[in-house]
Design a protein around this ligand. Structure first.
Ligand SMILES: Cc1ncc(COP(=O)(O)OP(=O)(O)O)c(N)n1
Ligand code: 3NM
Ligand code: MG
Length: 242
């Protein structure tokens, strides 16, 4: 994918796909995907709370290398305050060619003109998000460790499915621990991109990319990196290129 976001990634991938029968043949799909699927890329998740200096931290992260998408994930904060905080961050993402995704709220995504929204299982129906945000919006859905939820999300028109938490994380209380093989299963059968999330670092992202993740999402390992977010992004980009 270029740095244009998840939507570009999807259309770039699907242009030359064969017909549905061939797509469902796992052997063929596996060989096809091996040739066609772009390398795994980085999806940044904000810290759960930010201050006025966060825009500079994000700019520093972008200095480290290409970032496909950025999710504004602020928890327990009033939407008016999130909207106000979002503006400079959103502009920076646009300048960097990075998709700007709002967590949890399709209404907020609409209000501020975000590139898309990430919906958990309790955050609303992807069909409603599509109706509200339109055909170009990038809609992601949390699927935990569930093949069933992922197929439902695909049916509902999601642009990506997210599996996690692959590793222990202190960013969020998590109850699900998928095996990396779910990423391979998904990528073999479906063209829709997958995002792997949860405790992912430059040191442990390799097996998830190798298993078939199209994106790895990371928060703590980037914002808490001892050498700064640019060093973290640089290390992710190097690890994902291997
Ligand atoms: C890319 C991505 N994947 C999963 C999540 C988790 O969403 P959700 O289950 O709604 O939990 P919260 O993030 O809202 O606490 C995500 N945000 N992004
Ligand atoms: C927001 C989120 N969702 C998860 C899931 O499993 O759905 S894990 C997670 C936390 C991601 O942050 P970190 O990279 O610091 O672990
Ligand atoms: Mg949510």
């Amino acid at each position: 994918m270029t740095r244009g976001g998840l939507r570009h990634y999807i259309s770039g991938m699907t242009d030359d796909l064969p017909d549905d029968d061939l797509r469902l043949d796992p052997d063929f799909a596996h060989r096809f995907e091996a040739q066609q699927r772009p390398a795994c890329q980085l999806y940044l998740i904000s810290p759960p709370a930010i201050d006025a200096g966060f825009r500079d931290s994000l700019a520093r992260a972008f200095d480290g290398g290409p970032v496909a998408a950025f999710q504004l994930r602020l928890k327990g904060i009033d939407e008016h305050r999130i909207a106000a905080a979002a503006e400079p961050i959103q502009r920076l993402c646009a300048e960097a060619g990075c998709a700007f995704i709002v967590n949890d709220s399709m209404g907020l995504a609409k209000r501020i003109g975000a590139d898309g929204v990430h919906l958990g299982q309790e955050d609303g129906d992807p069909r409603d998000a599509r109706a509200l945000l339109g055909p170009t919006a990038q809609i992601g859905v949390t699927c935990h460790d569930s093949r069933h939820l992922a197929m439902e999300a695909g049916e509902a028109g999601a642009d990506y499915v997210a599996f996690g938490s692959f590793y222990p994380t202190t960013t969020k209380e998590v109850r699900h621990r998928p095996e990396p093989s779910i990423l391979g299963w998904w990528s073999t059968l479906f063209e829709l991109p997958s995002v792997a999330i949860g405790g992912i670092t430059p040191d442990n992202c390799g097996p998830l990319a190798a298993a078939g993740a199209d994106f790895v999402a990371a928060s703590g390992s980037v914002w808490n990196h001892p050498d700064g977010p640019d060093a973290a992004v640089r290390a992710f980009v190097a690890a994902l290129a291997r």
